[in-house]
Write a protein that binds this ligand. Structure first.
Ligand code: SIN
Length: 341
């Protein structure tokens, strides 16, 4: 039998229900099961060009996304990567933290032999014109798409579908609170588009997975990241540099026991003088502090994609502050494992 596409449900607006379909802005996210969502998408089997299977691992509004759900996702994805009966994974997710989960999976899974595609919706499932069914069908079509060599088209990149666009986890950001086309990959542009069952990658799209590990790394990360209930993952917070800043916030966070700090800098990596002093103090006390621009597009001129060797550096990171937080958390987790070895 042909291997299946595994659909993993985590909640979000795609599974949301409005009390009044005429007022789709007032709804509760994460109400419908992934099985119910799939049953509502006509022609999804055609888009899959093979069997589908569904599993619900969480049912949450993604504003509440947490390490437990990420651990469960990593576990499921890793199992799917080793299971010959699975040829691709599609994940339904809320839009609010989608970019963080996509970046987490991109970092921990590394180079993929099988597609991993996340999708979402801006309107609840019972809106007059819901976008979720089309986005889900597009995600399945993207997961099923083959390249000219007969291999999966998206085999090396964690991708996201929404509004007919295909984005890579690397550049994707939610840029609008309620527009249907809520995502953008900024100056990089989308990875491609989905039109029916046709998936078109942008011509000349360079290096789909910058920063990814050399090979598949999901199983190593699963060993490095134990269930958070038994051992909490490193705690990393974000502090923003802004006008009218007052001292004390970094010290307060340190007193709470954070393991790392991301500073969302103004412009090209600059920081309010009071925060700069606090950052220097924190570093002297051994707290890893990375910088990332709060600008909605572009990265700090000398920014890099970070690794565990960069923990002690005053580093400008080529990621949004939210993705930088994920990368610092992972670098700290890896450093803990290396310290124990
Ligand atoms: C969520 O992120 O779970 C709610 C918002 C959305 O999916 O658009």
């Amino acid at each position: 039998m042909q291997p299946k596409i595994l659909i993993i449900g985590t909640g979000g607006t795609i599974a949301g229900m409005a009390d009044d379909a005429e007022k789709p802005g007032q709804y509760r996210a994460a109400q419908l099961s992934i099985a119910a969502l799939l049953a509502g998408v006509s022609g999804i089997e055609t888009a899959a060009a093979g069997p589908l299977d569904a599993v619900q691992i969480a049912q949450i509004d993604s504003k509440d996304m947490n390490d437990e759900v990420w651990h469960a996702l990593l576990k499921r994805c890793d199992a799917a990567m080793h299971d010959e009966a699975v040829r691709a994974v599609v994940i339904t997710h809320g839009t609010d933290t989608l970019e963080e989960t996509a970046w987490f999976l991109h970092c921990v899974l590394g180079r993929l032999a099988k597609p991993v595609v996340l999708t979402c919706a801006m309107r609840p499932a019972n809106a007059l014109m819901p976008d979720g069914p089309q986005n889900l069908k597009d995600a399945v079509a993207a997961a099923a798409a083959l390249a000219a060599d007969g291999q999966p088209l998206l085999r090396e990149v964690v991708a996201v579908t929404g509004g007919g666009e295909l984005h890579s986890a690397r550049w994707l950001q939610k840029v609008h609170p309620h527009r249907l086309l809520a995502f953008s990959s900024g100056e990089q542009g989308p990875l491609g588009w989905v039109d029916g069952v046709t998936v078109r990658l942008r011509q000349g799209y360079a290096s789909p997975a910058p920063g990814a590990a050399d090979g598949y790394s999901g199983s190593q990360w699963l060993a490095a990241l134990p269930a958070p209930a038994s051992q909490p993952w490193p705690w990393v917070e974000i502090v923003t540099s802004h006008a009218g800043l007052r001292p004390g916030l970094v010290d307060a966070l340190q007193a709470q026991g954070i393991d790392g700090l991301v500073v969302a800098t103004t412009g090209n990596g600059t920081v309010h003088e009071l925060l700069l002093e606090a950052m220097a103090r924190a570093r002297q006390q051994g707290l890893p502090v990375w910088r990332s621009s709060r600008c909605s597009d572009g990265v700090i001129s000398d920014a890099v994609l970070p690794g565990v060797a960069d923990l002690e550096k005053d580093l400008a990171v080529a990621l949004t502050p939210y993705k930088c937080r994920v990368s610092l958390q992972l670098a700290l987790a890896l450093a803990q494992v290396q310290a124990k070895a």
